[in-house]
Write a protein that binds this ligand. Structure first.
Ligand SMILES: [Zn+2]
Length: 432
């Protein structure tokens, strides 16, 4: 199968406050600061659509380009129809997107940038601006196929504290304090084996949550996560902290998330193609990452959710075939491609080990198989070797870094407790 893309991680120089870089050096996608800086979520700043009839390039001999802002209800297919770009080109682009599936669900407000050949109006390039700090370029190659370049800027995780007294339920109190519903549900899941939120929480107990907000040099990426949580109850303190593996642990390093399955099938089938971020295309020689693990499953093999979660995508893609995406508690996401039958709905809650589909041979395949992907912190990783919550305790060798990290989050929580209203100012004074 022709894979035709390459991956590029731009490493633009970046001047940041490296206050705690050494302490939180485990974060592969960025660093956090414990400055307690309050950063509001930023809405994508969108350029206004440019009229298709008006070439943006002054030089008449060059290609012309235009932007399109995705409206509600639009798909890549309807957009290509509107601009008369042609089905052949659409499929060439979708082919290049098979290993990313970034174009398969377009969010309203997302900006697409098209570059057309001046002479024959042929599409030469499509840029998908997913969020500040991440753009995927799909470019036509001399051989006529498209290849992608996933341009990811370095990011930093900033911390924002959300805290307050509990009045009524924890859920409503956290909602009042400004936490998202999804984050509150996640916190309740993380602490579900430690506390009964109906029975154990009383008026005037307190909660403190450290939220991570991902920032690139172009603004907030829109990615946020719970980094630490502490409930100060009348007779005890219950807390959870995120480790570099995307899992949450109590102060002793005991896992708080339920274990994942390593394999998405009952039987362990032969791996016909392993995860390989550096796979090279046999013809073009270009880098063509394989973001999943292929198992040689006969069609009709029951496929299981490897962890508890919520189904976020049920799609049929011309190259990925029928596929499912599941968002799990913690920083995990899984995908299951080339299915023959899907047994779940979008939005459905699934348990670990639940049968979600039957494997198949849909999309572009050379034979029946199951392509299984695991993403941690929005990056594909090798599902066969990655750190997943299979163990119940942080490995001994990682305990020191976990404890350091936990102390940083605790310090942030304590300092915020005392100086909630003036944290920004006091931090600036402290630094200068
Ligand atoms: Zn595959």
């Amino acid at each position: 199968m022709p894979h035709s893309h390459r991956l590029l991680h731009r490493a633009a120089p970046f001047i940041v406050l490296l206050l705690l870089f050494a302490i939180v050096g485990w974060s592969t996608s960025g660093v956090s600061t414990a400055s307690g800086k309050v950063l509001e979520r930023q809405v994508l700043e969108l350029a206004p659509p440019i009229d298709i009839s008006a070439p943006t390039d002054e030089d008449n001999s060059t290609d012309r380009s235009f932007d399109h802002i995705v409206a509600s209800g639009e798909t890549l297919s309807t957009i290509f129809d509107d601009y008369h770009l042609g089905q052949t080109v659409l499929y060439a682009i979708l082919s290049a997107d098979e290993e990313l599936l970034a174009l398969d669900t377009l969010r309203p407000g997302t900006r697409l940038h098209f570059v057309l050949d001046k002479q024959d109006q042929r599409l030469e390039q499509l840029d998908l601006h997913l969020h500040p700090g991440r753009t995927v370029h799909y470019r036509r190659t001399p051989s006529g196929i498209f290849e992608f370049e996933d341009e990811i800027s370095p990011t930093i995780w900033y911390q924002r504290i959300v805290s307050g007294p509990i009045r009524g339920s924890f859920y409503l109190s956290a909602l009042r304090a400004g936490l998202d519903k999804a984050d509150i549900v996640a916190i309740q899941k993380i602490l579900q084996d430690k506390i009964n939120f109906n029975r154990d929480v009383r008026a005037d107990d307190r909660f403190e949550v450290v939220m991570g907000i991902e920032m690139s040099d172009e603004g907030a990426t829109g990615n946020i996560r719970v980094e630490g949580v502490r409930l100060l109850l009348r007779n005890r303190v219950v807390s959870a902290f995120m480790h570099k593996d995307g899992n949450y642990y109590d102060p002793n390093g005991e896992s708080l998330l339920r274990a994942f399955l390593r394999y998405p099938t009952q039987r362990h089938y032969r791996i016909s193609s392993p995860f390989n971020p550096n796979r090279h295309h046999p013809v073009t020689g270009r880098r063509a990452p394989h973001n999943g693990t292929d198992f040689a499953t006969p069609s009709g093999t029951p496929v299981m959710a490897t962890g508890e979660g919520v189904v976020t995508r049920v799609r049929n893609h011309p190259y990925a075939g029928k596929y499912i995406e599941i968002k799990h508690t913690g920083q995990y996401k899984t995908r299951y491609l080339h299915l023959s039958r899907i047994l779940v709905r979008k939005g459905q809650h699934v348990e670990r080990g639940q049968r979600i589909a039957l494997s198949g041979n849909t999309g572009r395949t050379t034979g029946p198989h199951l392509h299984y992907e695991l993403h941690i912190n929005n990056r594909p990783v090798n599902a066969m070797t990655a750190d997943i919550p299979t163990a119940t305790h942080i490995p001994k060798a990682e305990m020191a870094s976990f404890k350091q990290r936990m102390e940083v989050l605790r310090t942030v929580m304590i300092s915020t407790e005392a100086h909630l209203a003036t944290s920004r100012e006091s931090n600036q004074e402290k630094d200068s």
